[in-house]
Design a protein. Sequence first.
Length: 253
Amino acid sequence: WGRGTKTGLRRESHAEATDIMKGTSVFMVASLLLLLSPLVCQAWMDDDSDVGDEASEWDFTPVTCGSTIKLQHVQTNYRLHSHEVNYGSGSGQQSVTTVPQGDDVNSYWTIKGPHDDFCEPGTPLKNGMVIRLEHMKTKKNLHSHDFPAPLSPNDGIEVSCYGANGEGDVADNWVVIVSEGDYWMRGQPARLKHQQTKHSLMSHRKGFSRPIQGHQEVLGKKGAKNKAFEWRTAEGIFMPSNTDLKTGQRLAH
C-alpha cells in the first residue's frame, strides 16, 4: 500500500508538471502570435496592394529587359496566355488568349529587344521603346499580321505566337506606350502597339469554346485609348534596373 501511494504521488506530480509545461507552451505561442500579428497583417496588405487600378498602387520601379513576367489585362483582370494549341483558322499559328488563373505557367513572357537587336538585361523600358515578348514555355514570340481575328474578324487582326527558340521576324515587334511618365513602371497601365500593323494589343469578354473553353480572345485593333487596350505587369521575376531614371546614366555595379 505504501509503495502504491508513493507511485501515485509521483504520477500526480508528473501530471501537474506536464500541465504546467503545456500551459506555459500555450502562453508562449499566444504571446508570439500577438507579437507577429502586425507583421502578418502587413504582409497580407502588401499582397493585396499588387491588385488595383490606382496610380498610387504602382510599384514605381521600372519594367526591364530580361524580366520574365505575366501581363494582366486591365479591363478583365485576365492574364495574357499561350499554349501548344494552334488556331483552327487564319494563320494556323499558335494561339494567344487570356485566362483568369494567376498560377498558370503558360502565362509567363520574357521581355527582349526588337528583332535582330539586343536589349541588355536590366534596361528599363522607356515610352516608345520597341520590344519582343517571348513565350517562356514554347519559345515563340508574340506576333501579329493581317489575318482576321478568330472570333472578331470584322473588328481586328489575329495575334499569335510565332518562331522557334526565340527567333521570329519583324512582325514580333511591339511598341511600349505608357499612360504617363517616361518609363513603364511595374503595375502601371500601358499599351502595346504592333510596330508593323499599327494595331494595339487588346482583349475583351468574348470567349472560346473547346478545346480552350474559358479562354478569352486577344486581338490587335485600332481604336480609342481605353482599358480594353491596357496591360499591367503582374507576377514575375524582374531584373533590377541598370539605369538611374532621373539622369539616364548607367548604374555602377
